[in-house]
Design a protein around this ligand. Structure first.
Ligand SMILES: Nc1ncnc2c1ncn2[C@@H]1O[C@H](COP(=O)(O)OP(=O)(O)O)[C@@H](O)[C@H]1O
Ligand SMILES: [Mg+2]
Length: 285
């Protein structure tokens, strides 16, 4: 399969900064992957996202080395508009990225910028709202929406442009647990039903591990792990080593395992932990 993203020896140092924000990143992404990025503050997660949507190197000064190919195009030689047709972006703060006063206008905004015909825009709006499952919000005023609704509108606006890749930088950091779940449910559906390639930066490790198929752990500008959630959770030091916590259910069973009450894989979910704990009964306790 031809990778949809290919990153080769990517390093970036912001102008005026001593230390590189990214160092020697090498990674490829196949179409339809659902990837999570986590890591402590300052790890380089946002910088990596900016390299994917072309803001680096086009709008950010600094020293750039290596190559990023998006759908076969080298981002250095590709106009940002062209990159934005392939990579949709959603950011942290729902307030900052919503520009229009109604949901419908918000979704139309990007399409109009692409110079699309009005009938086509109409069809795309209907389709995007349907894909995200927010048809009921179409005529609502954007200021009245909840945080979770705003982020789903931002995702709908990105999806309306029919990108191959959707990158989201901490889209749930301003949201409560319900809003967070709403966003991840939408991402899961877009990934499964439409094969959209998704890369999401997220600090809430529990929810990330529940939804994604591949996790990138970053620290000090480097990619320190690139594995499926189950493999990561069974090597807890990959997360604890960079100052991150493993999910409480995994931690509990990890401790029981270390104390000799359990042998087997560490659980990712409450359901799995339940079965792991039942198995513990025959243990030394
Ligand atoms: N605009 C900028 N100018 C200078 N340094 C920056 C800028 N943005 C981020 N950095 C630095 O780059 C490093 C990585 O930052 P960032 O990619 O934002 O990390 P993360 O998203 O993982 O918290 C940090 O050391 C940060 O201070
Ligand atoms: Mg960040």
């Amino acid at each position: 399969m031809k990778p949809v993203i290919s990153i080769e020896q990517l390093s970036f140092t912001y102008a005026g900064s001593e230390r590189p924000a990214l160092s020697g990143i090498n990674v490829t992404v196949n179409p339809g992957e659902f990837i999570g990025i986590t890591g402590p503050a300052g790890a380089g997660k946002s910088t990596l996202v900016l390299c994917l949507n072309g803001i680096i190197p086009h709008f950010q000064r600094g020293e750039y080395q290596g190559r990023v190919w998006i759908d076969g195009l080298d981002t250095v030689d590709t106009h940002c508009t062209e990159i934005s047709r392939k990579v949709g972006s959603v950011f942290q703060d729902p307030e900052a990225q919503i520009v229009a006063s109604t949901v419908e206008d918000e979704i139309a905004f990007g399409l109009e910028n692409f110079g699309m015909e009005p009938e086509m825009i109409e069809a795309r709006i209907t389709d995007a709202l349907q894909r995200i499952g927010i048809e009921g919000l179409r005529y609502r005023s954007t200021v009245e929406l909840s945080g979770g609704q705003k982020q789903r509108v931002a995702i709908a606006a990105a999806v309306a442009l029919r990108p191959k890749i959707l990158v989201l930088d901490e889209p749930t950091s301003e949201l409560d647990p319900l809003g967070t779940k709403e966003v991840f449910e939408v991402l899961k559906q877009l990934n499964q039903e439409y094969g959209l390639t998704i890369i999401v930066v997220e600090q809430k490790i529990n929810i990330l591990l529940e939804y994604i198929e591949r996790l990138w752990v970053m620290n000090e500008g480097r990619m320190v792990a690139d594995q499926p959630p189950r493999q990561i959770i069974n090597q807890p030091e990959l997360l604890t080593g960079v100052g991150l916590q493993i999910p409480p259910v995994s931690e509990l069973v990890y401790r029981l395992k270390a104390a000799g009450y359990y042998s087997g894989e560490l659980p990712l979910t409450v359901d799995e932990a339940y079965w792991a704990l039942l198995k513990c009964r025959g243990g030394k306790g």
